[in-house]
Design a protein around this ligand. Structure first.
Ligand SMILES: O=C(O)c1ccccc1N[C@@H]1O[C@H](COP(=O)(O)O)[C@@H](O)[C@H]1O
Length: 220
């Protein structure tokens, strides 16, 4: 099984096509109005149709209400729901049983003790996403800030846990991240942009190529 690659925060047909053409396994659509990558339900619906059958479609939500979840599921028909707020393990389980679709929970990592926060989620979700914690400024988004965490913190991780890695990845550092952390999948947003919310097809392609090359090298 090759490493899986997710390109998140796609918001135009052209950049979505670039990600699909370059072989992305997951494509992410952000439903969070404060984000420069936020898509309306109508745009999300159109992008989802474009990606259908070509990659797994992910909807990213942050502490969503039941109504926000229902709207996103109906419009975008995602294959996976990414929860990127401070949803408790109980809320994640509730959402999973409500939507009857796979759910991925993002957990912020900044210090060794943060790894303990994974345990309560591990049994109740389909995927765990490890991300950097957002900076402590009032303006920061809960994710999508282009910030990495110290990957060596994952040396203390139970290796039975398979995870998707995110946080400040880009075409230049993804190989090192894969070598050090051995994730099942990698996820990128800011690192394949030319400006906030502006995906760059050349960087998308370079990221996917670098991830696949690094994974192949790590197997030998
Ligand atoms: O991308 C966003 O705008 C976003 C908004 C709110 C929560 C999460 C968001 N993005 C996710 O954050 C991580 C890391 O992103 P980056 O590569 O460091 O920019 C990734 O999972 C994005 O999907």
């Amino acid at each position: 099984m090759d490493i899986l690659v997710k390109i998140c925060g796609l918001s135009t047909p052209e950049t979505l096509e670039a990600a699909l053409g370059a072989g992305a396994d997951f494509v992410g659509f952000v439903r969070y109005p404060k984000s420069p990558r936020h898509v309306s339900l109508d745009l999300g619906h159109k992008l989802s149709l474009q990606a259908r059958g070509r990659a797994r479609r992910v909807v990213l939500l942050v502490d969503p209400t039941d109504e926000a979840i229902a709207q996103a599921v109906e419009a975008i028909n995602p294959d996976l729901i990414q929860l990127h707020g401070s949803e408790s393990p109980q809320r994640v389980a509730e959402i999973r049983s409500m939507v009857k679709r796979p759910v991925m929970k993002a957990v912020g990592i900044a210090e060794p003790s943060d790894l303990q926060a994974l345990t309560p989620y591990a049994d109740g979700v389909d995927h765990i996403l490890l991300d950097a914690k957002p900076p402590r400024t009032g303006q920061a988004l809960p994710g999508g800030n282009g910030i990495s965490f110290d990957w060596r913190l994952l040396d203390g991780l139970d290796r039975k846990l398979s995870f998707m890695l995110s946080g400040g990845l880009n075409p230049d550092n993804v190989a090192e991240a894969i070598r050090l952390t051995k994730p099942k999948a990698v996820d990128v947003s800011s690192g394949v942009e030319s400006g906030p919310g502006l995906k760059d097809p050349a960087r998308i392609e370079a990221f996917i190529r670098a991830a696949r090359t690094a994974f192949a090298a790590a197997r030998h």
